[in-house]
Design a protein around this ligand. Sequence first.
Ligand SMILES: [Cu+2]
Length: 304
Amino acid sequence: MRRLIGRSLKISAPVLTGLLGMAALCLAFWAGPAAAEDVVGAPHAWGMGLQEAFGPVKEAIHDFNNLVLWIIIIISVFVTALLAYCVWRYRESANPTPSRTSHHTMLEVAWTVLPVLILLIIAIPSFRLIYYEDRARDADITINVQGRQWYWHYAYPDSGELAFDSRPIPTEDLKPGDLRNLTVDEPLVIPVGANVRVLTTGQDVIHSFFVPSLGVQKYTIPGRTLETWFRADHEGTFYGQCNQICGTNHWFMPIVVKAIPQAQFQAWLDEAKKKYATNETAPPAAIAAQPAAVATTQLAEAGR
Ligand SMILES: [Cu+2]
């Protein structure tokens, strides 16, 4: 009996995890879908699941997430039911003389082989997704993304010297309708429906270019160039943030991607080439005013 109880207790931790997961899932369904908004690709209050997909990469991520979620649900339900049955069937009053069995070869082979098979079922689409995200096969446009402390620098190598900085807008300067902590002065503009190759580098420390609704996330590492890609299948505005701890202002490194029709994009390119012809930008006043704090942070990071 003790052995049986001990074995039951061993599987109670995953059960607890499963139950908590199911509770979170129920809450997510209860919270319901996002209200219709003018902007797309942004977080919203009480959002519990993944952000809505607006491109093929994010759709592939959703598919993989759903597959794993269903496997988790099935395992959680199975283990919970098995545990409940054992507790009821082998309670002391119903089973006063417990079995002394300590090994069961077939059972032990089964509970080793089955998890291996489940892991294989997860691994194959997982690797497929990693390679799908890895690089653009038929890129229509290339964009260089450089993470800097603490803003973004975008360059369009297909369009000569076109490059500009994208800096966050402080709360006090927001206009009506702007999203707090997510709005920038100069968004990254792309043509809708185009496969966008993204080449990332870091200027100072490691940042991460992350736009959840487009399914793009890549480290920006000093001295290295990494590749990924995305496509926006809908016109709109898609918000993201640096999601790699990169220093004092890490929390305030928003990303805005604007997808516009191809014809408008050409017009924007012509305008942008004139507008950003002199790409001289001063550091933001807020950062320039706190040199001591920044230096302390950099020292602390160097010590890590
Ligand atoms: Cu960063």
